[in-house]
Ligand binder design. Structure first.
Ligand code: ADP
Length: 162
């Protein structure tokens, strides 16, 4: 039985994240999407809002649950009794950071393996930051995020302008 964690900021969730969620839930028996509560990154969406969006867009995926967490990923993995951490690799630029993270986590907790899924090519350029930037300039983000998320971003941007 493999219970895996897919951690991230998901500020907000994009089709790139969803691609990793769908593919890793084919591999794992249970997939916990862990939403990092990290105010240091000053996210556009609160952790509650990010969890809500993820729950909405994964509601038809029975193996997937969404929870927020704070602190060390390895502590969260231990608490959840998860044997693997899933990370997505977009480009070579992701590699160095991800490599460092995986090695450090293994030092901290040898029982948790990090599994990398390479992105589907069509999403290899996609990041939450790009999506927010395009939206803030009034660009069309419908190819990058689900309609529900698109509406939440538009709402947020409108509120910020007021
Ligand atoms: P973090 O703030 O931890 O980088 P993100 O929310 O940006 O969190 O991403 C979470 C995980 O999803 C990371 O492993 C990241 O590499 C991966 N990811 C982000 N965007 C994509 C994408 N377009 N395709 C594949 N993986 C992605």
């Amino acid at each position: 039985m493999l219970r895996a964690i897919y951690p991230g900021s998901f500020d907000p969730v994009t089709y790139g994240h969803l691609d990793i969620i769908m593919r890793s839930s084919e591999i794992a028996d249970e997939l916990i999407v862990g939403v990092l509560n990290n105010n240091a990154k000053s996210p556009l969406f609160s952790v509650e809002e990010r969890v809500k969006m993820l729950k909405e867009v994964t509601k038809n995926m029975p193996k997937v649950t969404v929870v927020s967490f704070e602190g060390l990923l390895v502590d969260f993995a231990r608490k959840m009794n998860a044997g693997a951490v899933i990370r997505g690799l977009r480009a070579i630029t992701d590699f160095e950071y991800e490599f460092q993270l995986a090695q450090t986590n293994r030092k901290l907790e040898a029982g948790v393996e990090t599994l990398f899924l390479t992105t589907s090519l069509e999403y290899s350029y996609l990041s939450s930051t790009t999506v927010k930037e395009i939206a803030s300039f009034g660009g069309d983000i419908s190819q990058f995020v689900p309609a529900y998320v698109e509406s939440r971003i538009q709402e947020k941007i409108k509120k910020r302008r007021v």
